[in-house]
Design a protein around this ligand. Sequence first.
Ligand code: BJ8
Length: 418
Amino acid sequence: MWTELGLDLEAHDALLGVLGQAYGDIFLSQKNRPDGMGYFDFVMSEVHGLRIRELLDEKEAGRKIIGSYCVFVPEEIALAANATLVGLCSGADFAMEDVERILPRNTCALIKSSFGFKLGKVCPYLESADMIVGENTCDGKKKAYESLGHLVENLYVMDLPQVKSANGKALLKSEFQRFKTAVEQLTGVSITVESLQQAIKTVNAKRAAMHRLSSLRKSDPVTISGLDALLANQVFFYDNPARFTESVNKICDELEKRIAVNDGVFPARTPRILISGCPQAVPNWKLPWIIETSGAVIVGEESCVGERGTRNLTDDSGTTIDTMLDALVDRYFQVDCAIFTPNHERLDHIQEMVTDYRADGVIHYGLQFCQPYLMESMPVEKALEQKDIPCLRIETDYSMEDVGQLKTRVEAFIEQLR
Ligand code: BJ8
């Protein structure tokens, strides 16, 4: 299967070895995990196994695979045209020497990672994709896609607004229409009212399951760790949607029972942290692992791999393609990515999440060289300070060199929350 995809077998094996080791150390060593996490353990053990086989089988049956790097790419349109959308790996350093021949050193780790997986030929999702969708979001990504276009065969770039104005909304609508046409051309399938309605329902169900899981994290004691909840948020991007929804709902059933008998994974009154900032893609577990091994529990992620990505469902009552596209635009236009200016909604959402999840403090996570989120970390800190909510701003990358230093800072912050 790997030869079929043109992967570098040695490099791929090495990557899986490191991933498996990290996963075992971080996830499997946790105590009293919900039984339902067994599904995600299985998915992770088969992340480059059964799921890829499924995708290749789908391809053989004529279905197209679309890879994406951003939550603005509407899965509903892909599904409605009988395609599968998968999030592409960008959570670990790989082939950095090669990457830095193409991209400046001071590019964020997430962008470098996406190039590293391509240059190192280690990502079966990327290699199996029939179309790769980039988006004009931050400057780094926007310019990097110009170079990525020389490395991959079918790169499609979606333009995105940077201002939440009427013009911005009109741009998003026209870009969703253009994407719809491109996906229909790729698949040879015309999207119908019924197929789009069904796709909206499928994705809504997936997001609703995540809302249910998030809301169960409000309890004290907390019945699922932040690491496990993050894992569910990460798997959200590449699992089969219906199976994912069912698995998350099963965990929620279990958590409801645990809440009824106060069976937590951390003792009651453990300091509660909200993480806010850049997305944490698989296998970026560094900061959550530091936090949860330093005496605190993460109760929410204000992140695209988290609530920013899953917040709000799409109105599924439309009866024409156009009204449904409008409903999609309404839903996606609310995503408060830091590329927008101004971006007051994000500050409001962070404060709302602190209240809703009863967080004692916020850790703002910014990747080095990520201008949008690092810039916003300052007003975020200020807004929180004004409400007496402690905030720690962390700037890091994917390397493990700063783990000791980060742990010291995180421990001191948690101490302050007690
Ligand atoms: S909607 S957050 S998924 S763009 S970390 S590459 S911002 S320099 S990832 Fe994102 Fe879409 Fe926005 Fe969400 Fe640039 Fe920053 Fe790197 Fe980033």
